[in-house]
Design a protein around this ligand. Sequence first.
Ligand SMILES: OCN(O)CCCc1ccccc1
Ligand code: NI
Length: 186
Amino acid sequence: MFLMKDIVRDGDPVLRQEAADVTFPLSAEDQQLAKDLMEYLVVSQDPEQCKKYGLRAGVGLAAPQVGVSKKMASVLVPAPEEGGKSPFTDVIINPVIVSESVQMGALTEGEGCLSVDRDVPGFVPRHDRITLRYYDVNGEKHQVRLKNYPAIVCQHEIDHMHRTLFYDHINKDEPFARDDDMVMIE
Ligand SMILES: OCN(O)CCCc1ccccc1
Ligand code: NI
């Protein structure tokens, strides 16, 4: 199981590398990696377990963040309300955004990252809607349309595979600048 000590922090070159495509069928190692990446999210989103293991809660975790420069990330978007259904939960492998809205969206709270041990205030403008193509651990191809929070999370994780951290997108001069067309996501 991954602990905070296993999470690579900003400054480590692996976070600024282009990650490698994953080959199928998954090696035993990559199967274990997928399990561990998802397990981290499940455990970190359980308040009791999160505290017990001293984790920072996360809704996504990309392989480069545990030092593995591969195009694999777990995503577990919590259900909006108790007992509801998660809007998106999967391990996304070799993801490609095949289309994206012109309209941008950003979390009103800004973003954070398990690999960035500091607050970086500001809006992180992303595409409000995307069509995402990816493979799951069984090598099955998926094409999904995501919007708002699930779309934001997937773009954050895919960024990790392409040398990008969330604060790269924040406007340096005016961190809270927004065009009136931008969807503000609670
Ligand atoms: O890469 C995942 N990770 O650093 C955890 C935080 C994920 C995340 C946080 C805010 C908005 C989108 C995604
Ligand atoms: Ni991150």
